[in-house]
Write a protein that binds this ligand. Structure first.
Ligand SMILES: N[C@@H](CCC(=O)N[C@@H](CS)C(=O)NCC(=O)O)C(=O)O
Length: 250
């Protein structure tokens, strides 16, 4: 199998976690934003990552990929057999992929606008250090006024993280006694808020100020890190290599 991805994409991270959970091996194809997406469009009729190639089949969209893997590799199950639990998992997955994803992405954009180190580190390793430093030195308020967009987004993000914390204080996983697609989808979005070690040494443990460094959210990131260990998520080859262009965040 081959995963077409952008580096530091939460939806691609979701697929890495799914593949790890299923114990499947795969190679990674780092798509160059822009040019690489044209090729992707020719292959799949749409331009977004993640796309999974499984033999002859090309599957776009992280949720479609989750369904594909579940039907082809049912063990270990990431969707409960109980119908009500399964519905809860699918609703949580959809919430994580939409509302949580949009507020996490917004928070990271604002975090990067305010933090030159984070901004520089989000560029691929191969970016020449001069360019990296120049981009890091651009004042945050010149980066599109992202700051002004955020107050409401930040409130709903904090609210969401608090609800997740409350749920996870009571139970090991969001639904039932075993990891499910709901845990994977939520953990994947937390990637953008505080980078796990698989994001590489420059980014590991860095993240959005006011979230990544807030002691009250520590248990949530610990839960996420423990989930990574449980699922066996390890760095892939792409963590060592990168193309020269900046990766969009999302
Ligand atoms: N619903 C899709 C969302 C995928 C998505 O938003 N992909 C982003 C990267 S994280 C992308 O490819 N953006 C580039 C574009 O839209 O041109 C999924 O779950 O896979």
């Amino acid at each position: 199998m081959e995963l077409f991805q952008f580096r530091h994409s939460a939806f691609c991270e979701k697929v890495h976690l799914l593949l790890a959970a299923k114990g499947l091996s795969y190679s990674v194809n780092d798509v160059t934003p822009g040019v690489g997406q044209i090729e992707l469009f020719q292959l799949t009729g749409q331009r977004q990552v993640p796309v999974l190639r499984d033999g002859e089949q090309l599957i776009a969209d992280s949720s479609a990929i989750a369904m594909h893997l579940e039907s082809k590799h049912p063990e270990p199950a990431l969707l409960p057999s109980d119908a009500a639990q399964r519905a809860e998992v699918l609703l949580l997955e959809d919430w994580a992929d939409t509302a949580l994803a949009s507020s996490a992405r917004m928070a990271l954009l604002q975090g990067a606008a305010e933090d030159p180190v984070l901004r520089g580190a989000l560029l691929p390793d191969a970016t020449p250090s001069l360019l990296r430093n120049l981009i890091g030195a651009v004042p945050g308020d010149l980066l599109g006024g992202v700051g002004q967009l955020l107050p409401m987004g930040r409130d709903s993000l904090i609210f969401a993280l608090e609800q997740l914390l409350t749920l996870l204080e009571q139970r090991p996983y969001l639904v039932g006694e075993r990891p499910t697609v709901a845990d994977v989808a939520v953990a994947a979005q937390l990637y953008l808020l505080r980078f796990p070690s698989v994001a590489g040494p420059q980014l590991a443990s860095r993240g959005v100020a006011g979230v990544a460094d807030q002691p009250r959210f520590e248990p949530l990131f610990q839960w996420r890190d423990e989930l990574y260990r449980t699922l066996g998520r390890r760095p892939d080859g792409s963590e060592a290599s990168a193309s020269v262009e900046a990766m969009p965040v999302g």
